[in-house]
Design a protein around this ligand. Structure first.
Ligand code: BG6
Ligand code: MG
Length: 216
């Protein structure tokens, strides 16, 4: 294990519920539809445009391009408004310490996130500068489960995929890691996720396991 690649939303920071809130509001205001937490599992890890497509499919509507883009822009404005209120206290418990410990042990650490708001979130939560590379929605075009975002992170770090471990809270992200030839540690609950190598409820809970793994 030479490198670790971290998804951002839902792994390092508590933004998954902000995305959910913003999509839920759009679903209600535009389509009079109630988005449930189960629906939201499918939105996790998936880029903005692909989420908008899923929402339109669920509502069974076919929007013209300008209206489609307006929907994405509105959702993003609500989301950014919530992100602007974030502070370092919104970093998930133990996440920062986890990354710092890996780096001290010589493991390279990168971000692999679908989000175009990645640098804003890193800046608000004081995490900017902590990572050796950032691969996000501004540098890749294909949505998870395509492995592009993780393969790009590995390339930035100059580490072979087989020597990377990905940390992910989304099913699409787990599939992306596997498709990229990487091992994956899921962060979440086993009833929502499948196809991972390990699973822990949080990075904090994964800490001692990876400390042991590194030293073997
Ligand atoms: C992922 C989230 O990290 O980023 C998804 O899990 C989100 O829910 C995606 O849709 C894109 O984010 P953004 O900030 O570019 O709209
Ligand atoms: Mg995520």
């Amino acid at each position: 294990m030479r490198a670790m690649i971290f998804d951002l939303d839902g792994v390092l920071v508590d933004t998954a519920h902000f995305h959910y809130q913003a999509w839920k509001r759009l679903a209600r205001e535009w389509f009079d539809m109630d988005l449930t937490p189960e629906d939201n599992e499918r939105f996790k890890g998936v880029n903005r445009e692909a989420c908008m497509h899923m929402l339109c499919e669920m509502a069974d509507v076919n929007l013209e391009r300008a209206r489609f883009e307006q929907g994405m822009a509105l959702k993003n404005a609500w989301y950014v408004n919530l992100v602007n209120g974030m502070t370092p206290a919104d970093v998930l418990p133990g996440a920062r310490a986890f990354v710092e410990r890996q780096k001290q042990a010589g493991v390279l650490c990168a971000i692999g996130s679908a989000s175009k708001n990645c640098s804003l979130v890193l800046e608000r939560t004081g995490l900017q500068g902590l990572f050796d590379a950032v691969s996000d929605g501004t540098v890749v075009t294909r949505a998870k489960p395509d492995p592009e975002v993780f393969v790009t992170a590995a390339r930035m770090l100059q580490v072979l995929p087989a020597r990377c471990v990905v940390f992910e809270d989304a099913q699409a992200g787990i599939e992306a890691a596997r498709a990229g030839g990487m091992r994956c540690c899921a962060i979440g609950q086993p009833h929502n996720l499948q196809g991972y190598d390990w699973i822990f409820p949080s990075l904090q809970a994964a800490g001692s396991f990876f400390d042991d793994l590194r030293s073997t």
